[in-house]
Design a protein around this ligand. Structure first.
Ligand code: ZN
Length: 97
């Protein structure tokens, strides 16, 4: 089981249709495709858009998919983290050691 390098939570990796490795939460959820704003990935890497079913709405007829970890990660999309990554990849402001 992989772990997120930012928050330490367990994650799985799914290869999307575009061939990208996408971190997801390990527990799949039922998705209701009602035009909701959230994106999920099924185990084939296809994107499903909708919202997570509430417990009373869950049904085996619903598609099952994984929540993208960047939506649950407390550290995802934090400006400081992004700045660190960008600085590293462009070799810009890394301290001289
Ligand atoms: Zn995380």
């Amino acid at each position: 089981m992989a772990r997120c390098k930012f928050c330490g939570q367990e994650i799985d990796w799914i290869t999307s249709m575009e061939g990208k490795q996408v971190p997801v939460d390990p527990d799949p959820v039922f998705v209701i495709e009602d035009g909701g704003p959230e994106e999920f990935l099924d185990d084939m890497g296809a994107t499903i858009t909708g919202r997570q079913a509430r417990p009373e709405e869950e049904s085996r007829d619903l598609p099952v998919a994984f929540v993208l970890h960047r939506r649950t990660c407390p550290w995802a999309d934090k400006p400081t983290q992004r700045r660190v990554e960008r600085g590293g990849s462009y070799g810009g402001l890394s301290p001289a050691t």
